[in-house]
Ligand binder design. Structure first.
Ligand code: ATP
Ligand code: MG
Length: 262
């Protein structure tokens, strides 16, 4: 009886997009994956958990005029529903960030249940997919994301130092599994900013595959200027230039990810 009930319960796939290395494509992946998952008619929320608030501005939202943000939610998880914003893109929703989020880690550190704040907030929501865009660090914000998520998606920039730091990230994941969230799994790694004209990029691809095998998504995100300029228009690539190589690759990634979640 109980099993049957559970079987009917709607599953929310919570995916943390994390890599403590900066500038590897976490935010670009969050925005564009979110946009294409919304186009698949899924109910999608992106959580901007980075004080840089790049996801928030990349979706065309002025971070200086917000009434509430993820920071408020971390201090008061039940307030989450009132903080969500609907974007202009196929019903894609956003839990926005403001630069003040930078001080949250320091203030939150003495609070009870500090690692579970985001989990408590997200548990109240009804979405098909929640993507969490993490900051480039392994501090309390990223720990909140990895405690709330079932899945971890790691963007890896196809360049020389790509694998550096991944060991530390996976050690953190292991510690979080043991202490905070036994359900956390590595969903996969996605190669970003791939330049097919260089042998370096394919060398990095081979090395990542050697280490992570099937966990590496078949879809590779190319280096594409249209992807880089889309945030300045406050749009995902699906709206900025849907025929670009970057758009096609994120659409493909959304498909592959949906299959993997089944
Ligand atoms: P941070 O660690 O600072 O949060 P990030 O991991 O979120 O960075 P992004 O902000 O997504 O990385 O990307 C870093 C920069 O590279 C941005 O200027 C972005 O527009 C650009 N960029 C990301 N992906 C691509 C791509 N496939 N092709 C070209 N430029 C890209
Ligand atoms: Mg980012």
């Amino acid at each position: 009886m109980i099993i049957e009930k559970r079987g009917r319960q709607k599953v929310t796939h919570i995916i943390a997009i994390a890599n403590q290395k900066g500038g590897v494509g976490k935010t670009t992946t969050a925005i564009n994956l979110g946009a294409y998952l919304s186009k698949q008619r899924k109910k999608v929320l992106i959580v901007d958990l980075d004080p840089q608030a790049n996801t928030t501005s990349g979706l065309g939202i002025n971070k200086n005029t917000l009434s509430g943000s993820v920071q408020d939610v971390l201090f008061n998880p039940p307030s989450v529903a009132g903080t969500l914003l609907e974007t202009e893109f196929d019903g894609l929703m956003l839990l926005p960030a403001r630069p003040e989020l930078a001080t949250t880690e320091v203030t939150l550190v003495n609070e009870a249940d500090r690692e579970f704040r985001l989990k408590k907030a997200l548990e109240q929501l009804d979405f098909d997919v929640i993507l969490i865009d993490c900051p480039p660090a392994l501090g309390l914000l990223t720990i909140n994301a990895l405690t709330a998520a079932k899945h971890l998606l790691i963007p890896v920039q196809a360049e020389y130092y790509a694998l550096e730091g991944l060991g530390q990230l996976l050690e953190t994941v292991q510690r979080i599994r043991e202490a905070l969230n036994p359900d956390l799994e590595l969903l996969g790694l996605v190669l970003t900013m791939f330049n097919s004209r260089t042998s370096l990029a394919s060398g990095v691809q081979d090395e990542v595959k050697r280490h992570f095998g099937d966990k590496v998504f078949k879809t590779v995100i190319p280096r594409n200027v249209r992807l880089a300029e889309a945030p300045s228009y406050g749009k995902p690539i699906s709206e900025h230039d849907r025929w670009s190589k970057g758009a096609k690759s994120y659409k493909q990634l959304a498909k592959e990810l949906t299959d993997r979640l089944k």
